[in-house]
Design a protein around this ligand. Structure first.
Ligand SMILES: Nc1ncnc2c1ncn2[C@@H]1O[C@H](COP(=O)(O)OP(=O)(O)O)[C@@H](O)[C@H]1O
Ligand SMILES: Nc1ncnc2c1ncn2[C@@H]1O[C@H](COP(=O)(O)OP(=O)(O)O)[C@@H](O)[C@H]1O
Ligand code: SF4
Ligand SMILES: [Mg+2]
Ligand SMILES: [Mg+2]
Lengths: 270, 270
């Protein structure tokens, strides 16, 4: 059956880098992958598209309406046949990102393009409003992975996402569950222990520890994922290990968010 | 008359660091300052409050309703008498950040606390939806400063904010105008020329170039602004110069946003 997973986390934490490399590693195993960027930055699929910022669904809907859009207008084939979509951002100053994200999913569904072995949603997690929670509320993102580092503010964002998952998991449509925590390292002291401790306190577990490695920047300069640019690197191996964990994962939990003072004392403990 | 200014920019670009130091520099000139954080991270006023994350208005409204809130519940005095408020984030998964921000302003108005020589709004600019544009739509943020670096994605966020200002400047209530561009350096090649060029192409100007300086991290470790921790440093001088420019500024423009390909070629040119 089709697996629908979402990566949520603070802006700049490494969601898109992790998503693109995860998609690439999964496609190397022969799986049919659809990656949908749900961040107004619209750069989720950039490294899969060799540096190109593909047209966004929201821009196209604003220019031409959604009636006559075709699959070819909004779905682009990137590295290894991975299908790429960018939802884009709301109409500046007036729109709602949530309405645009849902509209994107409904258009893909209507066109019969919301399919694959795995659909990967890359979603901004700074603002856990009704808008950005749409992929969870409407039952699209069934397995949520939190991307975080050991920094207090990125744990704070991850904890907020847990509050949303907990609240939404009680809804009929909400099949959303927390599938695990991915630590994308920022090289702070005792980071692996800290994030692993955080993960178990919120009733989950750390499923991957991705080192901070300059090969990521070198791959970006060459407009490729690490999987494509440096397939034999230890960093590519880390993304492949993550791909294996995602495929094998059967643990889906309802998280237990922490209070702010518990979060602060956890961060200071390490 | 009271000046109402807002700093908008991409997450992590340095809005809160710049806001807190700007407020501190302005308060050193004897001015009465109110700083309001409008970012779910709720850490806008942290260095003014010696490391404390003050209670947010949205959390208090969710716990106790807004009827019986007093000024003492939501306004905290920080460095040099600067009054600090944090709007906080929406109810995770269901709320809208915009409704919370507006509710915060209305509660402060009702309590007679939305006053001072300068009110400084520190607003997230990654998502320029109707929610985060509220300070501009409702006529609170009259002078908007864009905080950006020379990186493509931070210029992209700044350009999106310009689209919102342009669109909202035509409304009756919308007195919002672009007052200038603040470059918070990330030490990329030819950054000052690039950001200055960007500013003039959008019909504005660069009002400050703030160096990237490790004294910011040292001040943070001591839970203070640079103005308080290292008042004689060149970095403190840069924030004081910004304060002077903000006080003297009379230029308020309606911006002309760039197309995405013009933005990309500008970034690659440098
Ligand atoms: N494991 C890593 N090692 C080194 N740099 C990284 C790593 N993960 C992300 N980065 C860097 O961080 C930047 C931001 O990551 P990105 O994936 O765009 O974040 P997000 O999608 O969460 O906003 C990228 O440009 C990339 O260079
Ligand atoms: N001029 C600067 N020099 C060095 N570091 C800076 C500077 N401005 C910001 N920073 C660093 O960047 C981080 C993010 O800045 P912050 O003000 O929190 O961003 P924002 O409010 O836009 O999310 C801060 O923790 C600070 O350490
Ligand atoms: S729900 Fe979220 S995305 Fe929509 S307008 Fe409100 S803050 Fe913006
Ligand atoms: Mg991203
Ligand atoms: Mg901030």
């Amino acid at each position: 059956t089709m697996k629908q997973i979402a990566l949520y986390g603070k802006g700049g934490i490494g969601k898109s880098t992790t998503s693109a490399n995860l998609s690439a590693a999964l496609s190397d195993q022969g799986l049919d992958i659809l990656q949908i960027g749900c961040d107004p930055k619209r750069d989720s699929t950039r490294m899969l598209m060799h540096g190109r910022l593909i047209p966004t669904v929201m821009d196209l809907v604003r220019e031409r309406g959604d009636r006559d859009l075709t699959v070819g207008d909004i779905v682009f084939e990137g590295y290894n046949g991975i299908r790429c979509v960018e939802a884009g951002g709301p109409e500046p100053g007036v729109g709602c990102a949530g309405r645009g994200i849902i509209a994107t999913f409904q258009i893909l569904e209507r066109l019969g393009a919301l399919k694959g072995d795995i659909i990967l949603y890359d979603v901004l997690g700074d603002v856990v409003c009704g808008g950005f929670a749409m992929p969870m509320r409407e039952g699209y993102a069934e397995e949520v992975y939190l991307v975080t580092s050991g920094e207090l503010m990125s744990l704070y964002a991850a904890n907020n996402i847990c509050k949303a998952i907990k609240r939404l998991s009680a809804r009929v449509k909400g099949r959303c569950r927390l599938a695990g925590v991915i630590c994308n390292a920022k090289n702070i002291e005792n980071e692996e222990e800290l994030v692993s401790d955080f993960a178990s306190r919120i009733n989950s577990r750390m499923v991957a520890f991705i080192p901070r490695d300059p090969v990521v920047q070198r791959s970006e300069l060459n407009k490729m994922t690490v999987i494509e640019y440096a397939p034999d690197s230890s960093q590519a191996a880390a993304y492949r290990t993550l791909a294996g964990s995602v495929l094998e994962n059967t643990r889906l939990d309802i998280p237990e968010p922490l209070e702010i003072d518990e979060l602060e004392s956890l961060a200071y403990e390490y």
